[in-house]
Design a binder for this molecule. Structure first.
Ligand code: NAD
Length: 314
């Protein structure tokens, strides 16, 4: 049986895990190029595979139809928006995720970005490097209200970290939240509209779905405080980036920090460059989950899922 493994983190941290899978007689094809595979190369390799551990590669209906042996897909992370899960179910292909393995990395990224935006740290570092000795006055996080949209693995960790900083926490989720989870995180549940109106800092931790696409557009941005700082380490497309540009230009909110973007990487011209040029906009290159610890946890979880799957077939 053949296993295609595309995430670069697996090549970096998977030497031991690899042996574990090989002990079952599996033949591994690991992407050790240091770059993502092109879609043609991915398709050619996937055609032969019985299992795929996948990062960002697109697994749509066409690709699935081209993979006659495929039995299981393991997402090297949690967001399955690059996989046509419904079509996989129809075809009897199991889809698994590495739930929670990168949550701490994303939560720490989020808190780091809150501090960064509140005190304009990265902007000041670039100014000083350019020879400009500027002294911006920022705001503190302590005693402020943070609104968390999506109270799952990452949302809960952000809530706990925010507690430690002395922030007040309110959360919105589309699904019922057990009262014990709210108590543990010292969080108050509210509606999306309340959260948008009353939070000083807002952070988004929902999956990209039909319901969350465009969840934050101009109307929602205008509802936020003019002093609000918004962080999005979820998925591109949940915040309407063009609306964020207009909102920042018209000072509807104070800052928007994103780890994800509708087009990754952004286009080299047009409104995306106008947005990037704003001091109130911060963009990182989808690195929220990129910590050594998170990659090692995810390698181990993905390996365990496949090991158990193939062991049960033997
Ligand atoms: P999770 O499944 O534990 O939590 C998601 C939460 O969102 C759940 O509580 C769910 O009920 C809620 N939700 C779903 N639809 C909603 C809606 N329409 N409105 C409000 N709430 C809704 O997932 P997680 O581990 O916390 O990760 C959240 C998302 O973060 C992932 O789906 C992924 O897209 C993104 N992510 C990004 C990075 C990165 O590198 N930037 C890394 C990991 C995860």
């Amino acid at each position: 049986m053949k296993v295609l493994i595309t995430p670069r983190g697996y090549a970096r941290y998977g030497a031991k895990a690899q042996k574990h899978l090989e002990s079952l007689g599996l033949e591994l094809d690991i992407n050790d190029t240091g770059s993502p595979l092109s879609s043609d190369v991915f398709k050619a390799k996937a055609k032969e595979a019985d299992a795929i551990i996948v990062g960002v590669d697109q697994i749509d209906a066409d690709l699935i139809d081209a993979c006659p042996h495929l039995k299981i897909i393991v997402k090297f992370g949690v967001g399955t928006d690059n996989i046509d899960v419904a079509y996989c179910q129809q075809k009897g292909i199991q889809v698994e995720r590495c739930i929670g393995t990168n949550a701490n990395a994303v939560a720490e990224y989020t808190i780091g970005m809150l501090f960064n935006c509140a005190r304009m740290l990265s902007t000041n570092v670039s100014d000083v490097k350019k020879g400009e000795w500027k002294k911006p006055t920022g705001v503190e996080l302590s005693n402020k209200m943070i609104g968390i949209i999506g109270f799952g693995h990452i949302g809960k960790l952000v809530a706990n970290m925010a507690n430690g900083i002395g922030m007040h926490v309110q959360v919105y989720d589309a699904f019922p939240i057990p009262s014990e989870a709210l108590e543990l995180c010292k969080a108050k549940q509210c509606t999306l509209s309340e959260l948008l109106q009353t939070s000083d800092f807002i952070t988004i931790h929902v999956p990209l779905t039909k319901e969350t696409t465009g969840l934050i557009g101009m109307q929602e941005l205008k509802t936020m405080k003019e002093t609000a700082i918004l962080v999005n380490a979820s998925r591109g497309g949940i915040v309407k980036d063009k609306d964020a540009l207009e909102a920042l230009k018209h000072k509807e909110i104070k800052a928007y920090a994103a780890d994800v973007f509708e087009d990754e990487p952004p286009t080299k011209e047009g409104w995306q460059q106008e947005l990037l040029a704003l001091d109130s906009f911060y963009l990182t290159a989808h690195i929220g989950s990129r910590s050594q610890e998170s990659e090692i946890n995810t390698v181990n979880r993905a390996t365990d899922i496949l090991y158990n799957f193939f062991s049960s077939l033997q």
